[in-house]
Design a binder for this molecule. Sequence first.
Ligand code: OXT
Ligand code: ADP
Ligand code: MG
Length: 572
Amino acid sequence: MAEQVADEGNLTDGFNLVIDALKLNDINTIYNVPGIPITDLGRYMQAAGMRVLSFRHEQNAGYAAAIAGYLTQKPGVCMTVSAPGFLNGLTALAHATTNCFPMILISGSSEREIVDLQQGDYEEMDQLAIAKPLCKAAYRVLHAEDIGIGIARAIRSAVSGRPGGVYLDFPAKLLAQTMDAAAGEQSLVQVIDAAPRQLPAPESVARALDVLKGAERPLIILGKGAAYAQADDAIRAFVEKSGVPYLPMSMAKGLLPDTHPQSAGAARSLALKESDTVMLIGARLNWLLSHGKGRTWGDKPKKFIQVDIEPREMDSNVEIAAPVVGDIGSCIAALLDGMGDNWSAPSADWTGAIREKVETNVARMGPRLQNNNIPMNYQGALGALRTIIKERPDAILVNEGANTLDFARSIIDMYKPRKRLDVGTWGVMGVGMGTAIAAAVETGNQVLAIEGDSAFGFSGMEIETICRYELPVCVVVFNNGGIYQGAGVNPSGGSDPATTVFVKDSRYDKMMEAFGGVGVNATSPDELSQAVNAAMDSGKPTLVNAVIDETAGTESGRIGNLNPQRVVAQKT
Ligand code: OXT
Ligand code: ADP
Ligand code: MG
């Protein structure tokens, strides 16, 4: 560790100022990969009592920071080295921005004078320019006395309004700059009210209630923005008082328990098609909701009410009859207030039709989950895991893959808010291990990561990180031997395997054993259940290789329709 000269006398330096500024703002956890020029910064942070988690790849550290932001409403911080490390972290920064998660990517960078003249510095890159289009805000700090204000600006940018990713560029020289210690302390900024409440206009609330009142077949859609807002009690009270059926988007599952009598989760198609009025709360009308139009939405005219903090979200895809702009906590409180005491629930015809469909679908699914097939299919394996989550509702479920994602989403009921973390708006493979690590670190809860074998491969090396920090993470790899399926064949008849298949009979559990964790090979739902329960009881890092039938599942899971279709045959 380099000598920390600025500790002496009345001087301070860039290292100290960065640490003091973060701590002053209650940011005490850093997800990073060390190296020039931030190796010592990480060490000094650890010495100063911060938790510094070192990853094997910046992308995973970045995904960890992104989900830490979602879970805590404080920006998750990822720290990387210059050019290649920065670029590795950038996907996660863009992912955070796309998903509206507050995150700060701090990267060390090379010397401005050399970078700007393109003279070939060590890891030379104009990082600020590259980061800008991929995040909500990007800043570079050149002088030690600006570190306090730079960090304050980054924090406020990340969490206020619509949350998102922020890039903070620290050229190497900055950290070693010295200044008078007292002036340094004075330069620090404690961000006051980083995400101020944004109250909705009373007339917009009244308009929304009018539209809702006039509806015959209303539907509420809860998105991950609603889960992020941590207004759980108010949202539940609003939904229950309204009597309106609700549909949770994937990461909003559990905001109200999936077993709630108003949940339309198991009647998704019917609810979307037949509704005449849809109230979006923290959910965007993007591809996941077919942009609010087309076959998914049926041919009945719809009116939309949208509650969102971002005014520009309104009318992004279809006309919004009643926009309510503000933070969800304030908006829901105002809506509840405006409903008065005599709000009448929608007709029993409508709620009854939804309920009936839910019960039919749930009853139809039940027996499929009971099968004890070997090799397992998705239903058998997920049926076992569904019971475990029911018995351990505080456990955090991380989920990625295609079939592994889509089956798990509908099969596994969630009971509490922010307990389901997945691939988000972009459907990114590779979020799994970073997400699992941050979920364990930020909440202390047990984490169950249900991973397609392809999905797991994107971040699999981080199981060493899980073992190193002894985190209570149980990873279940759904090993069907490939992307979507393991049974593909090379259409040319050549000896290379098909593009979507992996080595047959792989044993991912052995990887975990290599790092001192527990590895289990599970071939039946009973074995799977036993292994996961043991992992959850012990809290030991565990990886279960769940052997899934290579012919189970379908191309692209439930979104195969998004694949372009070939129209002209190949000429040979
Ligand atoms: O109402 P209907 O009748 O319609 O029925 C619905 C519900 O009502 C009902 N339901 C229930 N029934 C009974 N009981 C209960 N409790 C219940 N709950 C619901 O079930 C149905 C379905 O309900 P759902 O799921 O709510 O509805 P639906 O129609 O599916 O919703 C639509 C969507 C769009 C909202 C939903 O499908 C969704 O959220 N989809 C997200 C999809 C997604 O993001 N996928 C990931 C990306 S796929 C692809 O891109 C992959 N890649 C490429 C790649 C990526 N992504 N990233 C990077 C960095 N590089 C490359 C790769 C490489 S996937 C992939 C790897 C895949 O291989 P793996 O090995 O990892 O995984 P396996 O496939 O397992 O092998
Ligand atoms: P989902 O994928 O679950 O449908 P999206 O990510 O599409 O959810 O939408 C989340 C929405 O929530 C975004 O439009 C974002 O602006 C909004 N949002 C995030 N936090 C808040 C908040 N505290 N108050 C109001 N809206 C919020
Ligand atoms: Mg697979």
